[in-house]
Design a protein around this ligand. Structure first.
Ligand code: CA
Length: 231
């Protein structure tokens, strides 16, 4: 059986062994590193399928780690961050981390994030991108540039469509405010989340049966948005 290799980079012994236990008992092969330098060495010697990265490492800033890795390696990186490091987490995503999980987290959350990151990486390497996203009653067809809800066309503005299409292409993953703003309004717009929030409120009114209890579009407070994983 071919196991996925997960590299856990974490200096705190308790959290490291907690993650190791969960992952091992769920069929993953686990490598561990206690600091950034060790992790960089293990990355090049073992080529893991996924990295779980604690942002607060003793020797190397987690963000520096991501930058260095991304120069030569596209391995999915799942950032593990403390709630107090909100801004670091966002920067990590903007630098090329794939997703994040906030401490303290539960077993099922960790496993779900790991599965999603591995699935995205597999799709990316296979160059697979179906022409559409389907989740329950919602369909986003980015070849025809159409959005359907319960079989009916949803009329979105150009910018609303761009936002929905990007989120659907990254379904299951968080997309940061900056990534969305750059995608829709271009690289020269100074980050202003307000216009994004206005667009998002309009999108939710059009796509969600009850915007207060969203089915498709979730807010990650202080970070960005996440679209539900497709069917
Ligand atoms: Ca730490």
């Amino acid at each position: 059986m071919n196991k996925y290799y997960v590299l856990v980079v974490e200096d705190e012994k308790n959290i490291r062994s907690f993650m190791q236990t969960i992952l091992t008992s769920n069929g993953y092969a686990v490598l561990t590193a206690r600091n950034g330098e060790e992790a960089l060495m293990m990355l090049s010697s073992h080529c893991p399928d996924l990295v779980l990265l604690d942002l607060g490492l003793p020797d190397l800033d987690g963000q520096v780690f991501i930058q260095r890795v991304r120069q030569w390696n596209q391995v999915p990186i799942l950032v593990v961050s403390a709630r107090t490091h909100e801004r670091d987490k966002v920067t990590a995503l903007d630098l090329g981390a794939d997703d994040y999980i906030t401490k303290p987290f539960g077993t099922s959350e960790l496993l779900a994030r790991v599965r999603a990151a591995l699935r995205h990486a597999a799709q990316r390497s296979a160059g697979q991108r179906d022409g559409s996203y389907v989740c329950g009653g919602l369909t986003v067809d980015w070849e025809k540039r159409r959005v359907l809800l319960d079989g009916k066309d949803v009329h979105l503005t150009q910018n609303e469509y761009k936002i929905v299409a990007l989120l659907a292409q990254h379904a299951g993953k968080v997309v940061t405010y900056d990534q969305l703003i750059r995608h829709v309004w271009g690289p020269n717009v100074v980050g202003d989340n307000r216009i994004l929030r206005v667009n998002m409120a309009n999108i939710r009114r059009k796509l969600e049966h009850n915007p207060a209890e969203p089915q498709y579009l979730f807010t990650e407070i202080g970070v960005g948005y996440r679209m539900a994983e497709g069917d």
